[in-house]
Ligand binder design. Sequence first.
Ligand SMILES: [Zn+2]
Length: 403
Amino acid sequence: MHRAYKFLLRPTVRQTLALSEMLLDHCSLYNGALQERRDAYRHPSRTTVRYGQQSAQLKEIRAFDPERQGRWSFSSQQATLRRLDKAMQAFFRRVKSGDKPGYPRFRGVNWFDTVGFPKDGDGCRWDSTPHDPVTRVRLQGIGHIRVHQHRPVLGRVKTVSVKREGRQWYVILACDEVPAEPLPATGAACGIDMGIAHFLTTSEGEHQPSPRHGRLGAEALADAQRALKTFPRRKRENRTAKHRRAVEKAAALHRKVRRRRTDHAHKTALAMVRRYDVIAHERLSIANMVRAPKPKPDTENSGAFLPNGAAAKAGLNKSIHDAGWGVFLGILAHKAESAGRVLIPVDPRNTSRTCPVCGHVSGENRTTQEKFACTQCGHTANADLVGALNVAIRAGLVLPDVA
Ligand SMILES: [Zn+2]
């Protein structure tokens, strides 16, 4: 199995400076290579520059600029050129299919935050020796950086990347041959319904509450983003100190929301795989997740719409929820694979409007957010539970008359 591990780095002040310079130099390598491709593309002959040609120039670039480019690992520079190549190929693929994509852009140094090392031992070394209690990662041109290794690394380290997030630095290890950790069979199976009021409801009728921090985080984030809008649009270097702080605050809140979401998803997913051998869930459609929220007419005051701020908050709240389910299902899939559990994705259509007893489908079955009342057979139940039961029925886990 493949697994990725992400650990916080604890670089010294000198190492932090060196890490920033490494990003800066990789960024200028990326932009320089992009410039070359742009020039070739604009030239009447419409030449295409390929990865192989740019990679072949690396030796020269390093010899020409030993103070900067020459310091870093050759392979990591190749990885950066390959990243550009991927962006270009995606661009041409979209042009071919009739889209109008934007030409790949130059990256400002703040938009360039990752350096990849394609192979452990080549320009980088994951160093977790049993006799040293401190884990370090050695990077060419930087040295041995302390790693806050909060969990053991299983399997074989294939690639290493270094990433900047705000003021923090992380190392990300991609491993393969990670052994599975099967859990004992429990004989239990369930369907789950994911919702707003409850994060999830099982077909056994158990609710998992939505994380409180989701709403609080959304509010704080919406406030930070609104504050950001009061500043005039300016290039980064012309922003005032206040503006810069507001940008940093919004970014920090984004990271916080993301971190909490992942944490919550890990805990919830772990509890689920421990308990059930088989879990059925709605297949998430990406198209539904990214759809912009419709403006909400104010029911008390016909013709009027709720103020923009409220709609923005609700929209953001919804997008955080949607992202939460996506993250949860991704983590659930990983944990299920490792534990030897089975996941069954089912068609999500009408799971909230179908009567689990008689099969009658109608939007009127769902009277309110919480209540389900079948207009045909009169069956009433909690709406989230009905959703979970329908998911379980579709997966073949429960017979309809048992519901
Ligand atoms: Zn019914």
